[in-house]
Design a binder for this molecule. Structure first.
Ligand code: UT7
Length: 383
């Protein structure tokens, strides 16, 4: 008889850009105030990627940190999922850029788009691929460079969002726990409430789409707010029930960090005291897919999680989508620190991987050029 498999979270990592944009800074850009943003959203500041940073570069940093915590080498990864609404390109997938930079030679890689619910969707998919026996190690990343799709003249949206990345490494285990349940949902009839209209097949990029500002995120905040307050508690309840637990069993609630009023309303709906709710949105604003993994990492850093704890992750976002998952924590904390020589070895390994990737690209260009040159010579000879 084969023993039951579980998908445990064994590694975690985050990355946030260094540049801080405060509410006061925003008040100099649009007609808003620190007081309005704080009281209506709970946000105080957010991080903004510098021009060299992208969703893939931030993902890579978060992913390397997660692999380091777990002491897992990238060659052992079976799958890399990047959940994002702001990929580096429409294609190739940002996950492929991450897979290449990590040197995860055996891994499949794809991007997952489900609005801000993307990360919990990714956790659901990744955990099932482990529980079903298909994979051993799956890296789920949530990363966003939302500052690149913000209309910095629109106070309805630009005050809300920020950039960053977080990653969790899922690993197969015989020990009970890990991702116990999840629930995913969607209501596409609300797709127009939060969207990036331009750049897809409906409105391909053109001078017109730029003039019409279609390449910036648009949102009906009030409607999204109404939807979020209704769905967060409901989704969390479903996932808790599916895990065979009661609300009293929840030790920590880690919600999507969009708005403190939405979080408080969900906590009220669940009758959860706020000391069981993790909140860090004052520092980063809404980082969409990155918000839950960044919050998860900070909950660990702040010693809010201990072995045996039941954690509930809940998100909502563009689509409209929603998702919730229940996780039972298993790994002892704090995680043991890797010895210095292992850090060094990893560092050298990543430089080596970078070099090999560049050599491959150069070889491909050379062999394509060589093939054409030989073809031309043969053509001339025959002529
Ligand atoms: O991950 C999912 C992403 N989306 C969300 O999480 C958004 C969910 N929605 C929200 O968080 C809230 O609806 C907002 C924070 C976006 C807005 O808060 P609200 O309390 O729902 O405000 P409102 O939309 O009802 O607007 C109230 C007023 C309006 O003025 P009038 O029409 O009453 O004169 C807005 O124009 O506040 C105005 N307003 C602002 N004022 C100062 C809207 N944005 C701002 C601003 N600064 N940044």
């Amino acid at each position: 008889m084969t023993s039951k498999r579980y998908a445990q979270i064994v590694g975690w990592g985050k990355y946030v850009p260094g540049q801080v944009l405060t509410n006061d800074d925003l008040a100099k850009m649009v007609d808003t105030s620190d007081d309005w943003i704080r009281t209506r959203t709970g946000i105080v500041e957010r991080r903004i990627a510098d021009p060299r940073e992208t969703t893939s570069t931030m993902s890579i940093k978060a992913a390397r940190a997660a692999l380091q915590v777990a002491d897992v080498v990238p060659e052992r990864l079976d799958l890399v999922i990047v959940t994002t609404a702001t990929p580096d390109y429409l294609f190739p997938a940002t996950a492929c850029l991450v897979q290449d930079a990590l040197g995860a030679r055996r891994a499949g890689a794809f991007d997952l788009l489900a609005g801000c619910s993307g990360f919990v969707y990714g956790l659901g998919v990744g955990s099932q691929l482990i529980i079903s026996g298909v994979y051993e190690n799956v890296l789920v990343i949530g990363a966003e460079t939302l500052s690149r799709i913000m209309d910095w003249t629109d106070r309805n949206t630009c005050v809300l969002f920020g950039d960053g990345a977080g990653a969790l490494l899922l690993q197969a285990s015989d020990a009970p726990g890990g991702v116990l349940s999840f629930t995913l949902g969607a209501d596409g009839s609300g797709g127009d409430l939060l969207m990036l209209p331009g750049g897809g097949s409906r409105h391909p990029a053109s001078a017109e789409t730029v003039a019409q500002r279609l390449h910036y995120a648009r949102m009906n905040g009030r409607e999204v707010f109404r939807f979020a307050t209704r769905i967060m508690g409901q989704a969390a309840k479903e996932a808790i029930q599916a895990a065979g637990l009661k609300i009293d069993d929840v030790d920590l609630f880690i919600p999507h960090q969009a708005n403190i009023r939405i979080i408080e309303s969900a906590a009220k709906h669940l009758r959860l005291p706020m000391d069981k709710v993790f909140v860090n949105l004052e520092k980063y604003g809404n980082t969409s897919c990155a918000s839950i993994p960044i919050a998860f990492c900070e909950a660990i850093e702040e010693e809010r999680i201990k072995p045996g704890d039941h954690l509930v992750l809940v998100s909502f976002g563009a689509g409209l989508t929603w998702a919730a998952a229940v996780v039972q924590w298993h790994v002892p904390l704090p995680a043991p620190r890797l010895p210095g020589w292992k850090h060094l070895l990893r560092h050298i390994g990543y430089r080596w991987v970078w070099l090999v990737s560049r050599l491959r690209r150069t070889y491909r260009k050379f062999s394509s050029w060589w093939g054409q040159a030989v073809g031309r010579i043969r053509g001339n000879d025959n002529g």
